[in-house]
Design a protein around this ligand. Structure first.
Ligand SMILES: [Zn+2]
Length: 103
């Protein structure tokens, strides 16, 4: 017969399998020391390049207050960033790539 074992996290007795130290998954998540990687905030990755490639293929349209490229939703923050950086411009309800200074 296997013996009951107290959970490392909440101390509740449970019937362990093999080397189980926690009574449940949630206790395991809370009881284990967090890896250092999880503690450090991740740098934000912007997908501007990918979006610029989409814009090169076709413009983006604003429908119902939402920017869309085809059926794909484009975040306002992405659009705002591209406009702010001068890489795209709004033309009516469309967003398109800014043309390279065509004289
Ligand atoms: Zn527990």
């Amino acid at each position: 017969m296997t013996q009951l074992r107290p959970c490392v996290h909440c101390k509740a007795d449970f019937l362990p399998t093999a080397r189980q130290r926690f009574c449940s998954r949630s206790c395991a998540a809370r009881g284990r020391p967090r890896p250092a990687r999880a503690a450090a905030p991740r740098p934000k990755r912007h997908n501007d390049r990918r979006f610029l490639r989409l814009l090169a293929l076709g413009h983006c349209e604003r429908r119902g207050g939402i920017w869309r490229w085809g059926t794909r939703r484009i975040r306002d923050s992405v659009v705002a960033r591209l406009i702010a950086s001068g890489r795209a411009e709004i033309d009516g309800s469309e967003l398109r790539l800014k043309r390279e200074t065509s004289a």
